[in-house]
Design a protein around this ligand. Structure first.
Ligand SMILES: NC(=O)c1ccc[n+]([C@@H]2O[C@H](COP(=O)([O-])OP(=O)(O)OC[C@H]3O[C@@H](n4cnc5c(N)ncnc54)[C@H](OP(=O)(O)O)[C@@H]3O)[C@@H](O)[C@H]2O)c1
Length: 322
């Protein structure tokens, strides 16, 4: 099959077309003929050599995609050859065929194109597990997400709104702020305003979803309301900070976080079940949708990565595979 591999760690130019054997499904697995594959920031980190695939996963980049079932392994129930689906992949999405546990696949939500469905799994699994399952967001709470115009941010804003939260989002330009507002968030341009002052002026954030880290770690803690929760899913600005931990005790705060990829197959299957029950109906009702930035052919994956690293994108970047 045709695929795109990382020739060696480096810039976007190290992504190059190659031929790889078509995967064969093992017990409990399916092989998907991909029509589209989503591009995510972790793919960029993997390409740069900063995010190694877990043991046993494909060395090809690509954490999500949509297409049709091409082969079903032993022990799989509920999927048959030809079914349309989207799936969270352990890797290997930048290819014509990808293999994954059948329990990590979901039907294409009614009314959603295959292209948009390919952009759902990585953000949906990440946002639902961190905002709802880990962050315990409830209706009426104040929720702050940083990087509001990112793939993750655009999903988080919509999920939190659909759950009845008041949503605040930071972004770095007027265009990105307008995109966050269009999704129902109060946008804060972090170049002009201090998100901590804005949130404290509203009584503090009950939950913050952060991917920035660095100087934001202490500022996030100070922006939380009593009993507030901070969930970190990345540290784009670095993982270290000097923090006054007495705040955590005095205001009963929770600092937590997670990464999706190294979690067990069973944990991912549990998230998939929650998505199917709770999030898929919101997508089918039109309350949550994919914010699409741009599409590139598989052979031009390097351009897709350059677009992501330019920071100009709003929402999701997708590769057309089929
Ligand atoms: N833990 C997990 O399981 C998990 C899963 C998926 C993704 N992630 C992480 O979630 C984040 C968002 O992923 P994505 O795919 O949605 O990526 P993305 O669209 O590229 O989003 C990155 C966002 O971060 C903001 N940002 C702030 N400081 C930044 C910095 N120093 N460098 C680059 N961007 C910065 C950018 O917005 P502004 O221009 O407005 O600053 C941008 O919107 C990434 O950090 C990714 O690694 C974590």
């Amino acid at each position: 099959m045709r695929a795109v591999e990382i020739a060696s760690p480096g810039g976007p130019e190290v992504l190059r077309l190659c031929q790889r054997p078509t995967p064969v499904p093992g017990h409990g697995e399916i092989v998907i003929k991909l029509a589209y594959a989503g591009v995510n920031r972790p793919d960029v980190l993997q390409r740069a050599g900063a995010y190694a695939p877990p043991p046993g996963a494909s060395t090809l980049p690509g954490l999500e995609g949509a297409g049709h079932v091409a082969a079903v392994g032993p022990g799989v129930a509920g999927w048959a050859e030809g079914d349309a689906l989207c799936a969270l992949l352990p890797g290997g999405g930048y290819a014509e065929y990808a293999v994954c546990p059948a329990a990590h696949a979901l039907p294409v939500p009614r009314g959603t194109s295959l292209r948009d469905a390919a952009c759902l799994p990585e953000t949906a699994f990440t946002v639902w597990s961190n905002v709802v399952m880990r962050g315990r967001l409830r209706a009426g709470e104040r929720f702050l997400v940083h990087g509001g115009s990112s793939g993750i941010g655009t999903m988080a804003i919509q999920v939190a709104r659909a759950l009845g939260a008041r949503v605040f989002a930071t972004a770095g330009s007027p265009e990105k702020c307008a995109a966050c507002e269009a999704l129902g968030a109060t946008a804060i341009n972090y170049r002009d305003a201090d998100f901590g002052s804005v949130l404290r002026g509203q009584g503090g954030a009950n939950l913050i979803l952060d991917m920035v880290g660095g100087s934001y770690i202490d500022r996030n803690i100070k922006a939380l309301a009593d009993e507030g929760r901070l969930v970190n899913i990345a540290f784009l600005q670095g993982p270290k900070a000097e923090v006054n931990f007495s705040q955590i005790m005095l205001r009963r705060l929770t600092l937590t976080g997670s990464t999706l990829r190294p979690q067990s197959d069973a944990a991912k299957a549990e998230i998939a079940r929650a998505l199917r029950t709770h999030l898929w109906p919101l997508i089918e009702a039109g309350a949550v949708r994919v914010v699409h930035d741009s599409e590139f052919p598989l052979a031009e994956a390097a351009l897709a990565h350059a677009r992501m690293e330019s920071g100009a994108h709003i929402g999701k970047i997708v590769l057309k595979v089929g």
